[in-house]
Design a protein around this ligand. Sequence first.
Ligand code: 7TS
Length: 419
Amino acid sequence: MAIAAPARPAVPPTALDVEAVRADFPILGTPVHGRRLVYLDSAASSQKPRQVIDAERTFYETSYANIHRGVYELSARATEAYDESRVRVGRYLGARHPHEIIFTRGTTDGINLVAQSFVRPRLRPGDEILITALEHHSNIVPWQLAAAATGAVLRVAPVSERGELELDAFEALIGPKTRFVAVAHVSNALGTVNPVAAMIEMAHAGGVPVLLDGAQAAPHLPVDLAGLGADFFACSAHKMYGPTGIGVLYGREELLDAMPPVQGGGDMIATVTFEKSTWAPLPAKFEAGTPHIAGAVGLGAAVDYIEGLGRDAVAAHEHELLTYATARLADLPGVTVVGQASEKASVLSFTMSGIHPHDIGTVLDSVGVCVRAGHHCAQPLMQRLGLVATARASFAAYNTRSDVDALADGLERVRAVFA
Ligand code: 7TS
């Protein structure tokens, strides 16, 4: 859920039973440096609940075989589990059809697939690809590669000091040469939630298709892709309580149907001769080779897990934590919150005067608090804000107010160490 500008709140009721949620995550019982683990780096990767770990283990123990290998019962069971996950993920993201869900290695893989298969063949010298100033490198570099190969140009919509997209400037950059728009739904570095519905409408008014980088949206916000009218959406299971090595590319059926495969191999063909091959229908066309079968099963369990908690309850809980954390950090001398968008999700970036973010991260680690420090794979955004790096706390369903208190106490210690 997007949130309004934070103020110190009263303790609100939450529909989420956080202690029950925490009990689902075995790793949270593991001490770090002899301290209780306070994991505040879920934007980089979330921890995994027993339900996901068990789903993968049970799959390997009872149903594992290669898929689409037909005649024997075990392969049929594995195939069914794999296909069933696609149905669940499609429902979770609001796809019209399960075959609009392509299993990939993750967000990066999905964006590169669209860049190579959909965008690059459509680019001529002087054509434009429009992104924004707050993109992750995964939503910058694939477009630079496509532009370099074709003579196209990358255009960048500006963001304000507060870390909000300048929507008028974005709209003004959509012109007759714009061939594609690619934007983060939620910024990983600042937590800004972009007004993607309006952005898609603006792009479509100019006849331009839109890809949403959904890496930080899929775990935290209700996402309805058919309702939004997004043309493509990419996300990663590992940020959604699921396994590493698997993600999803959603594409509208008509677009995916018209796109050539980028990898050739087993499973993606209809017929092969030495003269010519023809392609399997969606989604197999884009899933060459043996896929991450157990990963897909784990991802299916992960979306079931989030839906079991209730997506609105999770979003409300994270909203409350972000509001509380923003207020706690505002009380600490020398701490500046970076990114003050009116709509934010689950990410709190900050700096401390005179102390490098890596030093903040190292001292916090010594007291069991995990945060990310660095440019967050968003170097152009850091440059825009006149920074080299920030420290970043990010929240998930298993975090609590006492995690935020541990962060604030840890920052007092950082101050004392460097005083
Ligand atoms: N896009 C966004 C918005 C992201 O946050 C990330 C990963 C990616 C793309 C790439 O995802 P991947 O799964 O393909 O690697 N973001 C982060 C982060 O914020 N810290 O570590 C990884």
